[in-house]
Design a protein around this ligand. Structure first.
Ligand code: CO
Length: 485
């Protein structure tokens, strides 16, 4: 077997997972040429929460970041994480907006697109895959890994075969919560390799202390690439560190060759950056998360959730709410717990414990039952579906959610022109997803990062955290959404 390839995530998932996505382009640029020299198969630099963070907190145009990094690291392919039809937001966008986003991104220098859907509904990936291909770029179809009775190795392999048929150039196993056990990783990679003729990448997080061991097992099973970061933006809730993985692979026939002096130089450089971002970091992010092992619920979701329970005066109900999560997941078709479904399931579990099961049916949970997010992995519980149909007075959607959305690009261009803002595709897609933040970028072009940053970063949050209000039975509930990517 050939040497295993490493992709590096320090410029995206590394700081998203450990420093609330606050690394600035200026902090990245000195490291980019060194990363470029090392022989990583790809550098993940964009997508996930970085676009939101650039606009909301850093006063940066995210496309300018991509161009700058491409110039500073021209040799290594750049990777982005794309949330299928949601692009980098939480709701579905029409096809013409998804297409414009991919085209603008490809033109700005993106090479590899990691495309996923929270429900693993491949219909939500189709437009993105097709457009990436038409731009001559690399489409990596991602399988969101989760544990449930319907998420068997067989089901994941079926998904991999489907992604291959849809035209993906490679397949990714995306374990956003760091819950894949080494033996499962081994079996899944083996099966995928035997049924799919494409390169396979494993992406995990070391949250529960399983990440590095899962990589070792996957490498034994023949995985083509794994994703590593650079300490101190590595391990814990982020990807295992590159030097650590090399040490773990010493003597292994597939161990890749890296210049250790250059890796050391990077570690020193990023140690300085980590200090600069100290207020966005938390020691809790670096500990092995035993909650994840106990409750089988992503760590990032749990820490936010503890705060939410506290605000509701329900701290004593923690165990009860935790026990309710698998029940709610089952009723909602065993959806994976990833942004935004993790928060929807968590909130509904809390409401069930507080008011009685389904006495307060939150709108987002009802939308999942009604098919508005896509096809769920398992069937919706018939009683819960009946309730959702009665309460909403709507029908269940069977088609692809984006089919119900009218094209928007012309309208977006008009709105931008009326506001005196740029009207190119980059502007349109940012305006579609972050209208307020995008126009603020032009009103205050030199907004210093520090001024826009909140006083304290929430512990264990892995990305920008947004809050939205939810009214149930006349009671206002605040819901916190943390990125799990
Ligand atoms: Co990730």
């Amino acid at each position: 077997m050939s040497l295993v390839a490493f992709n590096n995530t320090v410029l995206r998932d590394g700081h998203q997972s450990l420093a609330a996505t606050r690394m600035t382009t200026a902090q990245m640029l000195p490291a980019a040429p060194i990363l470029d020299e090392l022989g990583f198969a790809g550098l993940e630099t964009w997508g996930g929460a970085t676009i939101d963070s650039c606009l909301r907190y850093l006063g940066e145009n995210p496309f300018d970041r991509l161009r700058a990094l491409k110039k500073a690291a021209p040799k290594t392919p750049q990777i982005m994480l794309l949330r299928g039809q949601n692009i980098v937001q939480y709701t579905s966008f029409p096809d013409d907006v998804v297409e414009a986003f991919v085209r603008a991104n490809a033109a700005a220098g993106q090479d590899i697109f990691r495309i996923f859907d929270a429900l693993n509904d491949t219909r939500n990936l189709a437009t993105a895959i097709k457009t990436v291909r038409s731009c001559g770029k690399h489409a990596r179809g991602e399988i969101c890994y989760t544990t449930s009775p319907v998420h068997t190795i067989e089901a994941f392999v079926k998904l991999g075969v489907e992604l291959e048929k849809m035209g993906c150039h490679s397949i990714g196993i995306k374990d956003m919560s760091g819950v894949i056990a080494p033996r499962i990783a081994y079996n899944l990679v083996k099966e995928l390799k035997s049924k799919v003729g494409l390169p396979i990448t494993l992406h995990t997080h070391d949250t529960a202390g399983l990440g590095a061991a899962a990589y070792l097992a996957a490498i034994d099973a023949g995985v083509d690439a794994v994703e590593t970061s650079i300490t101190p933006f590595a391990n814990g809730t982020a990807q295992p560190d590159t030097v650590r993985m090399l040490a773990l692979l010493e003597g292994h026939p597939r161990c890749p060759k890296f210049n250790t002096a250059k890796l050391q130089q990077l570690r020193e450089y990023f140690t300085g950056v980590y200090k600069e971002l100290e207020k966005f970091t938390s020691p809790a992010n670096e500990r092995v998360d035993s909650d994840t092992l106990c409750y089988q619920v992503p760590g990032g979701m749990l820490s936010n959730f503890r705060n939410q329970l506290k605000e509701q005066g329900m701290t004593d109900k923690f165990e009860q709410v935790m026990a309710e999560i698998p029940y709610v997941r089952q009723c909602l078709g065993w959806i994976p717990l990833v942004t935004p479904t993790s928060q929807i399931v968590g909130t509904q579990s809390m409401l069930n414990v507080k008011f009685g099961r389904w006495k307060n049916f939150s709108q987002p949970a009802m939308d999942i039952a009604l098919g508005k997010y896509g096809r769920t992995p398992g069937p919706i519980d018939p009683q819960v579906l009946k309730l959702a149909l009665e309460k909403s007075g709507q029908k269940q959607i069977e088609g692809r959610p984006a089919d119900a959305l009218a094209p928007r690009m012309a309208k977006l261009r008009e709105e931008l022109a009326a506001a005196g803002l740029p009207t190119n595709d980059e502007a349109c897609v940012l305006h579609a997803m972050f209208p307020r933040e995008f126009s603020a970028l032009y009103k205050k072009p030199a907004a210093p990062a520090a001024a826009a940053a909140p006083a304290a970063a929430p512990a264990k949050a892995s990305g920008p955290v947004s809050r939205y209000a939810l009214t149930v039975n006349g009671q206002r509930t605040e819901v916190t959404v943390a990125e799990l990517n």
